[in-house]
Design a protein around this ligand. Structure first.
Ligand SMILES: Nc1ncnc2c1ncn2[C@@H]1O[C@H](COP(=O)(O)OP(=O)(O)OP(=O)(O)O)[C@@H](O)[C@H]1O
Length: 248
């Protein structure tokens, strides 16, 4: 089944066509990478997929439901979760409470009723399950602000997982991480792969080619190729526009 289906999507900022007739299908359970040069429009496309930004034209369907006119909270409730390019954790909250807030948001309770997560067994169990998924259980009681950059990216993924999504939209999860942190995040994504559908925007080509079932290449808002990694490496237009002739 197709998890996410994008048809003839268009978006302009003034005279700049940032999304130019994009068609994209992400197969359920696959990890689909979206790559392209800086300013190609990858983040703008993610914003339109998660509902943060409306397209000028075209449609977005999620597991067969047309979600084009739904806002971000509504899409999140359907199971479409995103993590952010810029770190979005609350540094003065514990790691566990950062996840607990996401669990509470999903269950519909408000901040007014928020109490420390350790007092809420169900909340605690769900939060710890998400932290176990990303390998952060031993940091649960630490302040999120005390985590390394890579651990904060893991926490962001835990926050997204806590909403029990059917699909994750990940915008540059490896940005700013060191080699060991990047390896840990790649291992995490390998573990998640197959459990849910993932659309990954990433500049780290080693990670992209190691992880992706399919890769789509966006250049000046236009998708110039979609296919398995081996096909993308061989694609002449992709090599000229992005990967460079020395890609091997
Ligand atoms: N709100 C906005 N108003 C005007 N122009 C914008 C807006 N958001 C993005 N842009 C422009 O749209 C283009 C695409 O930006 P976008 O951030 O989507 O690219 P990207 O492929 O994600 O880049 P990067 O890889 O550097 O993160 C850029 O030229 C950017 O300056």
């Amino acid at each position: 089944m197709t998890a996410l289906s994008v048809r003839n999507l268009r978006k302009s900022f003034g005279a700049l066509q940032v999304t130019d007739d994009v068609n994209l299908d992400v197969t359920e359970g696959s990890l689909h990478a979206l790559i392209g040069p800086n300013g190609a429009g990858k983040t703008t496309l993610i914003h339109q997929l998660c509902g943060q930004l409306g397209p000028d034209d075209g449609t977005v369907s999620f597991f067969g439901t047309d979600v084009t006119d739904l806002d971000m909270p509504h899409r999140a409730r359907l199971g479409l979760a995103r993590s952010f390019q810029i770190t979005s954790v609350l540094p003065r909250f514990t790691v566990r409470d950062n996840v607990a807030l996401a669990v509470q948001a999903r269950s519909g309770s408000s901040f007014r009723f928020f109490r420390p997560a350790k007092h809420e067994r169900a909340l605690n169990d769900q939060s710890m399950a998400a932290l176990t998924d990303v390998g952060l259980t031993d940091r649960a009681n630490d302040l999120a602000g005390a985590l390394s950059h890579g651990e904060q990216r893991q926490l962001e993924i835990a926050i997204a997982l806590a909403t029990r999504p059917r699909m994750l939209l990940l915008d540059e999860p490896l940005a700013g991480t060191g080699p060991e942190e990047a390896d840990a995040l790649v291992d995490l994504l390998l573990k998640l792969k197959g459990q849910l559908s993932i659309l990954l925007v990433e500049h780290d080509m080693n990670a992209v080619f190691a992880l992706a079932d399919k890769i789509s290449v966006l250049v000046y808002g236009r998708l110039i190729a979609t296919g398995p990694g081996a096909d993308i490496r061989r694609n002449r237009e992709v090599r000229e526009a992005y990967l460079g002739e020395d890609a091997s």
